[in-house]
Design a protein around this ligand. Structure first.
Ligand SMILES: NC(=O)c1ccc[n+]([C@@H]2O[C@H](COP(=O)([O-])OP(=O)(O)OC[C@H]3O[C@@H](n4cnc5c(N)ncnc54)[C@H](O)[C@@H]3O)[C@@H](O)[C@H]2O)c1
Length: 464
């Protein structure tokens, strides 16, 4: 089949590469000339495991093309996928300007029936706006062509995107025309072989399903973070609590990890956009607002612990930082917790020696002139000359580090772990102070006075 995909970011590239892998002929259109130039030169502008092989293989086979030529894209595909960004507007609502710009382009160039498939995460009612925009452009041209708009939200996870796309949990098709369901069923057939994963519904429900999924996942994280902070108040260990509640099949073990807050291009903006859209419709989404507020506070938590440890005086201190991307196996820095921590450290007069396996270029791009930032070649290099170590992203290579080296390099032999990677008892035995999330009754950022920390420093352990 012939497909066109507007937007060559995380979703567009993965969709394009996977659709081409199944034998379809895909044209990817992006307005970013530099990005298209790089893609046509064989470079992949983002890090996503397996993606560059898929792209190389399908370009070579002549099934995958990249262009800035909008007219070529509109003429190519029966299916016109929209996979452009929907970033947050200043008031938190989803900015639909890119989606509607694509709709307009389709209306300006289409000369036959088209199925417009919206993969971008968009508020309920957007499909109507897309259709109106296309029809207005057609009217301006004085031509009439049929067009259906379908909601087909994407559920891939960065870091596992190829796998998620090739073996989806579900394929949601929101449409008001049964014929398009059948055409999309045929398009998705190769991804749907083992058992039927296609769920067909009305357009508005499909649009809301994507927000509901992300809001649910964000709620689980904020719930656990709230519990972790309560555990610290009472001297309980959230990791024991996690295992205790996860054993209930109604709760389950998935996605109940406490940490330094969620980031990325989806959860923060989607929770905000859902709350804003609900408010605009006259409904106050109290839970969504709380989920966001808990997360904002959680992103400050690690800084609070570091600041308390150093008696509120971080001026001139150097913090080694492991992990910058918002989660492992991606280079995506959008709304990453590491940014909140680094910016708070700089504001307090500290500097940062940071290392991430994949997000170094993205970080350099975000902070080209930051004086308090040294980007290091390895996790070990980041420790050199630092006072303390903070861990924000749970990359696998941080899971079993050389603790002796950490102890030797750091002036304070202390680890602030935003992802609960280590066994507190083992670290205590090694003579390292260890502050994790929801595990230490030794000291918290706001509630525990520093004298306990001083006792801890003498004993070189935080879990007495
Ligand atoms: N990243 C994810 O994990 C993920 C998962 C599911 C859904 N989504 C949703 O998918 C959408 C895309 O997300 P992303 O992370 O791929 O975004 P992205 O920012 O990585 O990529 C968007 C691309 O669209 C291009 N673009 C903007 N306007 C355009 C236009 N008029 N014509 C052609 N290209 C245009 C940009 O240049 C950019 O390359 C968003 O709505 C997002 O919420 C993202």
């Amino acid at each position: 089949m012939h497909l066109t995909i507007f937007g060559s970011g995380y979703v567009g590239l993965v969709t394009g590469a996977c659709m081409a892998e199944m034998g379809n002929h895909v044209v990817c259109v992006d307005i970013d000339e530099d990005k298209i130039k790089r893609l046509n030169a064989g470079e992949v502008p983002i890090y996503e495991p397996g993606l560059s092989d898929y792209i190389a293989r399908n370009r070579e086979a002549g099934r995958l093309e990249f262009t800035t030529d909008v007219a070529k894209g509109v003429n190519h595909g029966l299916f016109q996928f929209i996979a452009v960004g929907t970033p947050p507007d200043e008031d938190g609502s989803a900015d639909l300007s890119h989606v509607l710009a694509v709709a307009r382009s389709i209306g300006e160039h289409m000369d036959d029936y088209r199925i417009v498939v919206d993969k971008s995460t968009v508020p309920v009612g957007t499909a109507d706006k897309v259709k109106e925009t296309i029809q207005a452009a057609l009217q301006e041209r004085g031509v009439k062509h049929e067009c259906d708009v379908v909601s087909n939200p994407e559920f891939l996870k960065e870091g596992a995107a190829i796998d998620d796309f090739m073996k989806p949990d579900r394929i949601i098709i929101g449409t008001d025309n049964p014929r398009t369901t059948e055409l999309l069923r045929a398009l998705y057939e190769p991804f749907n072989r083992n058992h039927d994963r296609l769920i067909s519904m009305d357009i508005r429900s499909a649009e809301l399903t994507k927000y509901a999924a992300n809001a649910m996942l964000a709620t689980k994280i904020s719930f656990m973070n709230e519990l972790a902070n309560i555990a610290e108040q009472f001297g309980a260990d959230i990791e024991n609590v996690r295992i205790g509640i996860g054993s209930d099949p109604r709760i389950g073990y998935h996605f109940i990890y406490p940490g330094a807050g969620y980031g990325g291009s989806c959860f923060p903006k989607d929770v905000r956009a859902l709350a804003k859209a609900a408010a605009d419709s006259g409904y106050e989404a109290t839970l969504m607002e709380a989920v966001e507020a808990v997360n904002d506070r959680q992103k400050q938590r690690l800084f609070g612990k570091i600041s308390s440890y150093f008696d509120g005086d971080l001026n001139g201190k150097t913090i080694a930082l492991w992990g910058l991307s918002f989660k492992p196996k991606t280079d995506d820095m959008r709304e990453a917790s590491s940014r909140v921590l680094m910016e708070a450290l700089w504001a307090a007069g500290a500097s940062v020696r940071a290392y991430d396996p994949k997000a170094m270029d993205a970080t350099r791009g975000l902070y080209p002139d930051a004086k308090g930032l040294v980007l290091c070649d390895s996790a070990h290099d980041a420790l050199k000359g630092a006072d303390a170590l903070a861990i924000v992203t749970e990359w696998q290579e941080f899971r079993s580090p050389d603790f002796d080296a950490i102890k030797q390099e750091l002036s304070a032999a202390v680890i602030f772990d935003g992802r609960n990677l280590y066994d507190p008892d083992a670290l205590k035995a090694l003579g390292l102070s260890y502050y994790a999330i929801g595990r230490s009754n030794e000291m918290t950022d706001v509630t525990q006075p520093h004298d306990r920390r001083k006792t801890d420093k003498v004993s070189s352990a935080s879990f007495d």
